[in-house]
Design a protein around this ligand. Sequence first.
Ligand code: SAM
Length: 305
Amino acid sequence: MNAWAAPAMTTRGRSRAPGTDPESLGALTAAAAACLAEAGIDSARLDARLLAAYAFGVTPARLIGHPEHRPTPAERHRFAALVTRRAAREPIAYILGRREFWGLELRVSKATLVPRPETETVMELALAVAGGRDDGDLAILDLGTGTGCLLLALLSELPDARGLGVDVSAKALTVARANAGRLGLAGRARFRISDWGERVGERFDLVVANPPYVADGDFAQLAPEVRRFEPRLALSGGADGLAQYRLLASGLKRLLKPQASVILEIGDGQADAVAAILEGHRLKVSGVRADLAGRPRAIAVNADF
Ligand SMILES: C[S@@+](CC[C@H](N)C(=O)[O-])C[C@H]1O[C@@H](n2cnc3c(N)ncnc32)[C@H](O)[C@@H]1O
């Protein structure tokens, strides 16, 4: 992958439009958008603006309001390096080091999955379940917490709840702990390394999880951002995509209080298979929630004690 050079750093000056200063914020951002579009990135204009705001230390409003502003050479080099990374299809969230989830700004790293909009269906179902209970002081368990997004978003909505996030990745847990601290939720969120529920000796009212569910044969079709950059540990669901649901379900009952609910994210087309796995462990399906495209993406089960 060749490094992208901002137009003012080239000798060709091919993106100079009449009356446009090629070293201005506006021209540099437009040239970066063209480069990203050429690399096949659908969100090229938006990404160019986000990278420019980050590299030049300006707000998006200043970027739009003062396109004539001239960054320093050091800022231009920094911008070029970021654009080169994005053109190589590195996710914008890894480059910026952050992603918004449920209105919260979360730090992300290459050890964590980038939180997805579809995971907000788990939030919706979990909050619907929590809202139907009398007691506000829920104990929540987040299995495979990654950035901590599900646990921290739930704690932000449920001020009397507390919770535990587990992950098999120590590096992901470092990010989750930092997110809890930054969001002022560290007093109610604990994190621990564990292979699903293996090292957890407590019981919970609400368990949430977004397990890895990509089948081995589907990896080739994933976007380059996902396939090349996101951790395999966070994605791989084995031969049929369901291996981690089987492992997770086998230890679930031991973690549940009576009346507990479990909400799991599911991959497209996995609803029936995941329901069958859970029902095999005497967990009764009580609800399913679809994403904006109408595809079932979250499943709720109750302990059938
Ligand atoms: C699909 S990601 C979900 C991360 C986060 N909950 C989210 O929704 O963005 C799955 C997470 O499960 C973790 N994981 C994979 N295998 C695990 C295991 N055996 N035990 C615990 N966590 C595991 C991965 O490290 C990853 O953080």
